[in-house]
Design a protein around this ligand. Structure first.
Ligand SMILES: Nc1ncnc2c1ncn2[C@@H]1O[C@H](COP(=O)(O)OP(=O)(O)OP(=O)(O)O)[C@@H](O)[C@H]1O
Ligand SMILES: [Mg+2]
Length: 226
């Protein structure tokens, strides 16, 4: 088991009321598995993915990575987990507008090295970034800044960025949500190739055709897995 969520509770306090989003959810992801998470808008899919990627903490329950609770990680270990172990594709991309797409893709690689290490790593990191961007059909846009891209192109840069550190876990929040079906299929094929090469993938999607291609589909209903 590479990743496990045990009795996950997450609620948001809104003034006097408490919005309970996850209500004791259990989930296990095996190494190399491709899991799709589906559920209505507002059902807590992004919330769950954030907990699994240590971007937020549960109010109750725990997330375990290879049997070790994330809550027992020190801050350095937790940063390493977020930066190197997990590749995260955000639902709203979170690219830096003023950087070109090559620089955006390289950010997690830079963040993961000290300045000295970066000097020696830069060349190979740049080569892998270009390969990933070409794979995403963006070879002709390397000098484009993020704000000069279409929504679907941004989404594809976000996927390349998530993969740059060769993560053990790819957590993707609607990675094809803004793409036409042909481009979406291309992205899905690329993800399937990564999956065949051993990449563990947890992907949120609204598209049942995409979910059909996963090894397993998890449906979120009433704060739990149905
Ligand atoms: N920081 C927050 N503060 C208050 N409420 C929040 C916060 N984040 C999320 N919520 C609420 O929690 C619920 C679940 O949100 P979440 O983003 O996980 O849904 P989702 O399943 O990803 O939906 P979508 O398919 O629309 O992306 C929503 O009703 C949302 O309004
Ligand atoms: Mg969401």
């Amino acid at each position: 088991m590479i990743l496990k969520g045990v009795d996950l509770h997450k609620s948001y306090k809104m003034g006097q009321t408490k919005l309970e989003v996850l209500r004791g959810l259990d989930v296990s992801i095996s190494e190399g598995e491709f899991v799709a998470i589906v559920g209505a808008s507002g059902s807590g899919k992004s919330t769950l993915l954030h907990l699994l990627g240590a971007l937020d903490k549960p109010n109750q329950g725990r997330v375990e990575f290879r049997g070790k609770a994330l809550s027992s990680f020190g801050s350095g270990q937790l940063n390493g987990f977020r930066n190197k172990t997990v590749g995260f594709v955000f639902q709203f991309y979170h690219l830096l507008d003023e950087l070109n797409i090559l620089e955006n893709t390289l950010l997690p690689a830079m963040a993961g090295s000290n300045s000295f290490g970066w000097v020696s790593r830069r060349k190979t990191a740049k080569e892998s970034a270009i390969l990933l961007l070409e794979r995403m059909g963006l070879g002709g846009r390397l000098k484009h800044k993020a704000y000069q891209l279409s929504g679907g192109e941004r989404q594809r840069v976000a996927i390349a960025r998530a993969l740059i550190n060769d993560p053990e876990l790819l957590l993707a929040d609607e990675p094809t949500g803004n793409l036409d079906s042909e481009t979406g299929n291309g992205i899905l094929e690329a993800l399937e190739e990564f999956h065949l090469a051993g990449q563990t993938i947890v992907m949120v999607t609204h598209d049942s055709r995409i979910a059909d291609r996963a090894d397993r589909v998890i449906r979120l209903v009433d704060g739990k897995i149905e």
